[in-house]
Design a protein around this ligand. Sequence first.
Ligand code: HEC
Ligand code: HEC
Length: 338
Amino acid sequence: MKYAGLKLVLLGALLWTACKKDNPQKVDDRPWYSVYPDDFPSPIIPGENQPNAARIELGKALFYDPILSIDSSISCASCHVPSLAFADNAATTPGVFQRPGTRNVPSLFNLAYQPHYLREASLPTLEMQILVPIQEHNEFAHNIVDIGVTLSKIPFYDSLSRLAYGQEPGPYSITRSIAAFERTLISANSAYDQARRGQRIRSSAEEKGYQLFLSDRLNCAKCHSEPFFTNFQPENNGLYMTYKDPGRFRFSKLSEDSGSFKIPSLRNVALTPPYMHDGSIRTLNEVIDFYASGGANNPNKNPLIQGFTLSPEEKSDLIIFLQSLSDSSFVKNPNYRP
Ligand code: HEC
Ligand code: HEC
């Protein structure tokens, strides 16, 4: 069934190319996976891994298939749950054999714009990132070469991989296809976006919360900057005096990077409690209390974290603004479901 659907999509793509020649003024017949928001910067898509229907179909099937884990018990989607903006609601989540996780599962969207991945901002491409969960002892604990051999014996994967990348399933097509699927995960239609595009008007609480967010009193937008609500840089926000997890230091070995973690996007943040790299803060209310307190006196803490005082009404406005960053059309998008 799946394969028949795919053929139709490919046929559609061919017809589309044929029509385009006759209709040069028609610009928006692009397939869904090639459409990126006009008001975002250009996405970063590697030349050798341009998207097409077969690549995305393969990557999506693998993303949801527990076959990638050593005992076929969990898939990428076990931790990155679509209805929760591809994160989950646990502080940390076990991998195979209930081996405990060490960091909070990040949400996955707008990945095509990120200059680097992981909470320590250490990996330059999505293709490389896929090797991490596959090999990690406390995630899939598997070997990508062995997975390729298994997939080659399954006609669905064998034919799809050949169609997508001209070769049998293996490390090349597994990493490329999952990355191609991940780059299609775009969240740009929250209530905040609709207001920005003039399609709705912000409530007064939302507007006040937005102005607080942008203000020099709170400084939030200096790190969580628009339109992604992160500038993607690793920073120390003063969560602890002494960090159990050294963050970016693990990668760079520079003492000034100790306790630095990639600034997370605040899009869909209301859907993904608990918060921070270790899931140690349970609610948005408590996150704001943390920033209001000015955090711990860690020597690496970014000086933008100064502390502030908010009235109960201002605090509630800020939370209402953060909630307006939730994108229900993203979490319900059928293109992202198996
Ligand atoms: C056991 C839970 C678990 C599974 C299974 C899992 N992940 Fe993750 N994922 C995490 C955690 C935890 C992190 C953060 C790791 C870190 O920063 O060191 C993460 C990070 C990521 C990131 C980086 C996001 C960013 O913003 O930097 C991507 C992309 C990702 N995972 C994709 C995948 C894919 C694809 C799969 C399947 C091949 C997968 N994950 C399987 C828990 C999981
Ligand atoms: C110096 C840069 C900086 C400033 C200023 C800043 N943040 Fe953060 N924020 C971070 C970093 C870094 C993290 C991740 C820390 C971690 O993972 O331990 C974070 C995490 C968060 C999280 C948790 C997100 C998640 O998915 O876990 C929320 C919510 C948040 N910040 C909101 C705010 C608000 C609201 C403000 C303004 C009051 C603010 N931040 C100001 C850097 C900053």
